[in-house]
Write a protein that binds this ligand. Structure first.
Ligand code: ASP
Ligand code: MG
Length: 610
C-alpha cells in the first residue's frame, strides 16, 4: 500500500474547524488506498505566543526550558487531530517526537536529526491506524531523554525526515498558499505559482528568504530523493512539486549531519577578467554585461566588490576559449564607462588572468554550517593554494585558483571532505540538473527572492596570501556565524611589501554586531585594516537552473536595476543564482523590477493570509 506523509502547518490546524477539515482530508487519502503518517505544527501562532511568554519571564531564557515550552504547542495539535480522526471513525494515534524515536543531537533549540526509529510507527501502520506525529521536536538518546526542538519552522524537516526514514512514496506539505510562488506575493502581487522546481533551485530560494519551506527539509528531500509537493490545505489544486535527482545511496544514520559535502568539482579551463575602478553608480554593471550578452559571451562567476572611493571592481570568469571575445568587450567598454565620470582621475583598467581554475565543494548539508566553507579555505591554505576569487551560494562554495594548483587543491579537498574517488572535470554547462521541461520554459529564472535581514561586513586590507580566508571564516565559524556572499576585492594594495585586498561578505543582521566586534579584535591582532559594517542593505536574488550556459541573464537583472536608478553595491553569483546587494530602502522596488523584467508576472493575483 502506498505510504504518504502529510504535513499540516500552523494555519492549516489553526482552529477546531480547520482541524476537522484536516481530518477529512486525511480520511479521504486513507479511503483512496494509502497509509498515512500526519505531521503537524502548533496551532496558528501558538509558538510565537510561547516565545513571547518566555521573554516576559526572562531576557535570556534557558534553552533547555525553551524546548520544554515550545514542544508543548505541537503536542496539543496531535491530540486534537487524532481525536478528530477518531470522530470520523478513522483509527488514529498521536505520538510525540520522543514516542516515535526522532533522535537528535543535544543542541537545544536548533537540533539536527540523527536518526528516526521506525518500528513503532510501522507497527501502528500495520494496525491500519493513522499516526499523528508532533513536528519540530525530538529527543536526545542519552539516559536523560531530553526534549529538543529543530529550530523555528522545523516541522517541515520532521515530515521530510520521516518520509525518508519510512521510505514513503512521497511527502505532502500543506500550507496556506497554493504552492511555491515566483516571489513573495505580499510584496509583488503578480507573483505566480510554479508547477515544478528542482531541489537545488528550491534550496537556494528557501535559504534566500522564500519562507514556504524550511531549507533543511529541502536538503533531506534532495539527499534521500524524497518526492515533495507543496499544496494548499484549502483546495485540491496540485501545488508545486520539488524534484530531486536520483540520490547516491546514503545511510539513514546521522541523517542530518553526515557528509555536508557531496561533491568536489573543478574546471581547469577558466579565465578571469577584472575591471578595476569602474564608476560606482547605477547602470554600470548593466552596460558591461549588456554588451557582453550582445556578444554572446557566457560568463560564469561574477563578483563586484564593495567600492573604494568612487569606484568599484567587477570581475567575472569565462571559459578559456571565449576569453578573447570577453576581453575585447571589456577593453572596448572601459573608456566608455570612464567618460561617465570625467572628473575621475584614475582610469578604469582591464586585467586578464589566464590559466586559472575553479574548484567547488557542493552539498546541501552546508546550509547553516559556517564551518564547512571555513574548512575548505583551511584545506586550501594547508595545501599552499592562494585563493583569487571566492563565490558562494547556499549549496556551493567556489574558489578561483591558479591552474597549476588545481590537482593539489582537488586532492586535498577530496581527503578533507571524505568525498569518494576523484571525479571528472566538470564543466559548468553539463553538471547542474537540467531545468524541468514541464514548467515555464519561457524563463530561465524560476524565482526571485528578497532578503531584508542581512548586513554587510567588510574588512579592509587583509593580506593576500594562503590562509587568510581560512583564518577569517574559521573565526566566524567558531562563533557559529553563517556567512553568505563572500567577495574578495580585485584591487590590490601593497603595504610594507605585503599585497593586501579587501574582503566583504554578508551575515544575518542579528549576528552582525557580534561579528564586527569579534573581527575588530582579530584585525588588531593580525594587523588587518578597518572593519566596516553596513546594516541598511537588502539582497535580491534570481534563481534558476535554466540560466546555466545562457548569456544575458545577469545583464537583464542589472538592466532592470539600472532602469530604476538602483545602485548595485555588491554582486555574487553561482551557477544557478545571481545576488545583488542594494540599499535597504530600495529592496522592494528592486524585487518588483526584477520580477517583471524576467516576465514572471501573471495576471491573476494569489491570495495569501497576512
Ligand atoms: N511550531 C514551530 C514554529 O512555529 C514549528 C513549525 O511550525 O514548523 O516554528
Ligand atoms: Mg511552518
Amino acid at each position: 500500500m502506498p505510504l504518504i506523509v502529510q504535513k499540516y502547518g500552523g494555519t492549516s490546524v489553526g482552529s477546531v474547524e480547520r482541524i476537522q477539515a484536516v481530518a477529512q482530508r486525511v480520511c479521504k487519502t486513507v479511503k483512496a488506498g494509502n497509509s498515512v503518517v500526519v505531521v503537524v505544527s502548533a496551532m496558528g501562532k501558538t509558538t510565537d505566543g510561547l516565545v513571547k511568554l518566555a521573554y516576559e519571564i526572562s531576557t535570556n531564557p534557558n534553552s533547555r526550558e525553551m524546548d520544554m515550552l515550545l514542544s508543548t504547542g505541537e503536542q496539543v495539535t496531535i491530540a486534537l487531530v487524532s481525536m478528530a480522526l477518531q470522530e470520523l471513525g478513522q483509527p488514529a494515534i498521536s505520538l510525540t517526537g520522543a514516542q516515535v524515536g526522532i533522535v537528535t543531537e543535544a543542541a537545544h533549540t536548533r537540533a539536527r536529526i540523527l536518526h528516526i526509529e521506525t518500528e513503532r510507527v510501522k507497527r501502528h501502520l500495520n494496525q491500519n491506524k493513522v499516526i499523528v506525529v508532533a513536528g519540530f521536536q525530538g529527543i536526545t538518546r542519552t539516559e536523560e531523554l531530553e526534549i529538543t526542538t529543530l529550530g523555528r519552522g522545523g516541522s517541515d524537516t520532521s515530515a521530510v525526515a520521516l518520509a525518508a526514514a519510512l521510505r514513503a512514496d512521497f511527502c505532502e506539505i500543506y500550507t496556506d498558499v497554493p504552492g511555491i510562488l515566483t516571489t513573495d506575493p505580499r510584496l509583488v502581487p503578480e507573483a505566480q505559482l510554479i508547477d515544478e522546481i528542482t531541489s537545488d533551485e528550491m534550496l537556494e530560494l528557501a535559504s534566500l528568504g522564500a519562507k514556504v519551506l524550511h531549507p533543511r527539509a529541502v536538503e533531506i528531500a534532495r539527499n534521500y530523493g524524497v518526492p515533495l509537493v507543496v499544496r494548499s490545505s484549502w483546495t485540491d489544486d496540485p501545488g508545486t512539486w520539488v524534484i530531486s535527482p536520483t540520490p547516491r545511496p546514503r545511510s539513514l544514520v546521522n541523517l542530518e549531519i553526515a557528509r555536508p559535502v557531496d561533491d568536489v568539482e573543478f574546471d581547469t579551463d577558466q579565465a578571469k577578467v577584472s575591471m578595476l575602478r569602474v564608476p560606482d553608480k547605477p547602470g554600470v554593471a548593466a552596460r558591461l554585461f549588456g554588451e557582453i550578452a550582445t556578444q554572446d559571451v557566457d560568463v560564469d562567476l561574477i563578483i563586484q566588490s564593495i567600492h573604494e572611493g568612487n569606484t568599484n571592481d567587477i570581475a567575472f570568469t569565462v571559459r578559456a576559449p571565449i576569453l578573447k571575445r570577453a576581453e575585447a568587450v571589456a577593453a572596448a567598454i572601459a573608456p566608455v564607462l570612464r567618460s561617465h565620470k570625467a572628473a575621475e582621475t584614475e582610469e578604469a583598467e582591464v586585467m586578464i588572468q589566464q590559466n586559472v581554475a575553479k574548484v567547488s565543494i557542493a552539498g546541501a548539508g552546508m546550509i547553516g554550517r559556517p564551518g564547512v566553507a571555513a574548512k575548505m579555505f583551511a584545506t586550501l591554505a594547508e595545501a599552499g593554494v592562494n585563493i583569487k576569487m571566492i563565490s558562494t551560494s547556499e549549496v556551493k562554495v567556489s574558489c578561483v585558483i591558479d591552474n597549476a594548483d588545481c590537482d593539489r587543491a582537488v586532492a586535498a579537498l577530496h581527503t578533507a571532505f571524505e568525498v569518494g574517488e576523484v571525479g571528472a572535470d566538470k564543466s559548468p554547462p553539463s553538471s547542474p540538473s537540467s531545468p524541468s521541461s514541464a514548467s515555464s520554459p519561457s524563463s530561465p529564472v524560476r524565482g526571485v527572492a528578497l532578503d531584508m535581514n542581512q548586513a554587510r561586513l567588510a574588512i579592509r586590507q587583509v593580506p593576500d596570501r594562503p590562509g587568510t580566508a581560512a583564518k577569517l571564516f574559521g573565526l566566524l565559524a567558531e562563533h557559529n556565524i553563517s556567512v553568505d556572499m563572500i567577495i574578495q576585492s580585485q584591487r590590490c594594495h601593497v603595504i610594507n611589501g605585503v599585497p593586501r585586498r579587501d574582503i566583504a561578505f554578508t551575515v544575518a543582521r542579528m549576528d552582525a554586531q557580534a561579528a564586527q566586534q569579534m573581527l575588530q579584535q582579530a584585525a588588531a591582532e593580525y594587523g588587518w585594516g578597518e572593519v566596516v559594517l553596513n546594516s541598511a542593505i537588502a539582497k535580491v536574488s534570481v534563481v534558476g537552473a535554466g540560466m546555466v550556459g545562457q548569456p544575458g541573464i545577469a545583464a537583464t537583472m542589472f538592466e532592470a536595476l539600472a532602469h530604476h536608478q538602483i545602485n548595485i553595491q555588491m554582486i555574487a553569483t553561482s551557477e544557478i543564482k545571481i545576488s545583488c546587494v542594494v540599499a535597504q530602502e530600495e529592496g522592494v522596488k528592486a524585487l518588483q523590477a526584477i520580477h517583471t523584467a524576467f516576465g514572471l508576472a501573471g495576471s491573476h493575483s494569489i491570495q495569501v493570509p497576512a
